[in-house]
Design a protein around this ligand. Structure first.
Ligand SMILES: C[S@@+](CC[C@H](N)C(=O)[O-])C[C@H]1O[C@@H](n2cnc3c(N)ncnc32)[C@H](O)[C@@H]1O
Length: 225
């Protein structure tokens, strides 16, 4: 986890430009996440963004729901600083530096959103612990909307996904950069098998699951309480 924190802290200012070149259809993936949120006519939504990074999801959500109150959590100070800058034009946004492994949401939320963050939790058990905390924090009918990288349990398909991923990155980076990205992925990322994760969410008590978007190993899903 130290490695992850160091990486994001030292490269925070490069993140927004880089993520578009590393994650295929990043914007579309986040658009799908925003589509999962409830559309109240008057009610002020309470939203929690886990691993908010530089604030891309929060920014999208606040543009759609300017009245929403939004709490943004991340481990890395420099990422939070950039998020605060991106969201400075909005009211009702708060920030907290915390490690998700120990973090317990204090409020009650209509939606918990997260993008490309939970795969940093090291094991399926750690993810399930996080999912239980999310479930407890949601109001009945609330939604957990998550966009993240996953892994296929089938070697052949995983190889296909990785090849397609490399094909995308190759548009912007060299072969040496692709290899460097892959080494970092192996060191820092612990994606889960999607269907296993969805079954676990059902077991925890989420009642309705929806896959909103998927491209190879990248997915956006919603789990409703
Ligand atoms: C790939 S970035 C994604 C940022 C943002 N959600 C987005 O989609 O642009 C992953 C973020 O998760 C944060 N993160 C990783 N592990 C974390 C942990 N244990 N606790 C809190 N934040 C964590 C990192 O600091 C980083 O900002």
């Amino acid at each position: 986890m130290q490695t992850v924190a160091r990486h994001f802290n030292s490269e925070a200012s490069l993140f927004d430009a880089r993520i578009l070149k590393i994650v295929p259809h990043y914007r579309e993936m986040l658009e799908a996440l925003a589509a999962a949120l409830p559309r109240p006519s008057r009610k002020k939504l309470r939203i929690l963004d886990l691993g908010c990074g530089t604030g891309a999801v929060s920014f999208l959500v606040k543009n759609r729901f300017p009245n929403a109150s939004l709490h943004c959590v991340d481990l890395v100070p420099n990422m939070l600083k950039l998020a605060a800058g991106k969201l400075r034009g909005f009211s009702g946004v708060t920030f907290e530096q915390a490690d998700l492994r120990a973090y317990v949401p204090r409020g009650r939320y209509d939606a918990v959103v997260s993008s490309l963050a939970l795969h940093h939790l090291a094991t399926d058990a750690a993810k399930a612990r996080m999912h239980r905390k999310i479930h407890r924090a949601l109001v009945p009918g609330g939604v957990f909307a998550n966009a993240d990288i996953t892994v296929s349990a089938r070697g052949r398909l995983q190889a296909y996904y990785l090849a397609k991923w490399a094909e995308f990155i190759r548009r912007s980076y060299s072969e040496a950069d692709i290899r460097r990205n892959y080494r970092r992925y192996q060191r820092e990322d612990r994606p889960s098998v999607l269907l296993k994760e969805l079954r676990e969410l059902e077991r925890i008590g989420f009642r309705r699951l929806e896959i909103l978007w998927k491209y190879c190993n990248f997915v956006t899903y919603a789990a409703y309480k």
